[in-house]
Design a protein. Structure first.
Length: 233
C-alpha cells in the first residue's frame, strides 16, 4: 500500500483504508497527519466512519476515533461496518440527527449517548438527549427536554419531565412499551397511540420510517418525521 491511510468520502460519512502491515502507533501518527492536512475541508461536519484494510480491536478503534477528533473539527456520530447494505440505514441516522439539532430543545445543553440500552439500564438528562443506539425492552430514557433515538425504541421513553408538553420523541423505529410527554402517559397495548397511517411501497415497508411522538389534545400522537412537522411543533 503506497499510503498508510487513504480517506474516501461519501454523502453520509468517511471511509478509511488502512495499511495492514504498518505498526499501529505509526498508523496513528499517519492518521493524525492526514486529518490535520484535511481539516479545512471538513468544516465541523458530523459523519459516520468506517474502516477497511485491517482487523481492529475495540481499543484500537477507539484510539483511531480519538486521533481523528483530536486533529479535526469533525464530530463522529457512529462507526459502521464497511457494508453497502447499511447505506440506507446510515442515511436515515444522519438525516434524523440533522433534523433533530434544529430543535431548540437540543441546541443548548443536550446530552449525547452512544450505545444500546439493555434491560435494567436507564439514562436521564436535565436537558434534551440524543441516543445513538437502541432502547431495548426494560430500558428507559428520560429527559426534561426532547429525546432523539437513532435506533429502535422498544423500552420506555419520558420527555418533558418537568411538565413541558411541547417536548417530543423521535426515533428511527418507534415501538415503545411506555411513552410519556409532560404529564401525558401512554402504554402499549393498554392505551394505543394515535398513529397517522399512510400507504407505503414494499421497499418502504422493509425499512422503518423515522417517526416523531408529540402531545396533542391530551393524547400522544405518532407520525412520520418531516422537517415541516418538526418545525410546526
Amino acid at each position: 500500500m503506497s499510503q498508510p491511510v487513504i480517506i474516501k468520502s461519501n454523502k453520509y460519512g468517511l471511509h478509511l483504508i488502512l495499511d495492514r502491515n504498518l505498526p499501529f502507533d505509526e498508523l496513528l501518527d499517519a492518521v493524525a497527519g492526514k486529518f490535520r492536512e484535511s481539516d479545512k475541508f471538513f468544516k465541523d461536519a458530523k459523519v459516520a466512519v468506517s474502516f477497511e484494510g485491517r482487523n481492529l480491536t475495540q481499543q484500537e478503534e477507539t484510539m483511531l476515533i480519538d486521533t481523528i477528533t483530536g486533529n479535526t473539527s469533525l464530530e463522529i456520530l457512529c462507526v459502521i461496518d464497511n457494508d453497502p447494505k447499511q447505506e440506507e440505514h446510515i442515511r436515515k441516522q444522519i438525516e434524523l440527527y440533522q433534523m433533530s439539532i434544529q430543535s431548540p430543545y437540543l441546541e443548548s445543553g443536550a446530552h449525547f449517548y452512544r450505545g444500546t440500552l439493555r434491560s435494567g439500564q436507564a439514562i436521564e438528562s436535565e436537558a434534551g438527549i440524543v441516543v445513538v443506539g437502541d432502547v431495548n425492552p426494560g430500558a428507559s430514557v428520560s429527559a426534561n427536554g426532547s429525546i432523539v433515538i437513532l435506533g429502535t425504541v422498544k423500552g420506555n421513553v419520558y420527555a418533558g419531565l418537568g411538565g413541558d408538553e411541547s417536548a417530543f420523541v423521535v426515533a428511527l423505529d418507534m415501538d415503545p412499551i411506555q411513552i410519556r410527554i409532560g404529564s401525558i402517559l401512554a402504554k402499549s397495548p393498554d392505551k394505543p397511540l394515535r398513529r397517522r397511517r399512510r400507504r407505503r411501497s414494499a421497499k418502504e415497508t422493509a425499512s422503518p420510517v423515522p417517526q416523531i411522538a408529540f402531545a396533542k389534545d391530551g393524547m400522544i400522537c405518532i407520525e412520520p418525521l418531516s422537517k415541516e412537522l418538526l418545525n410546526d411543533i
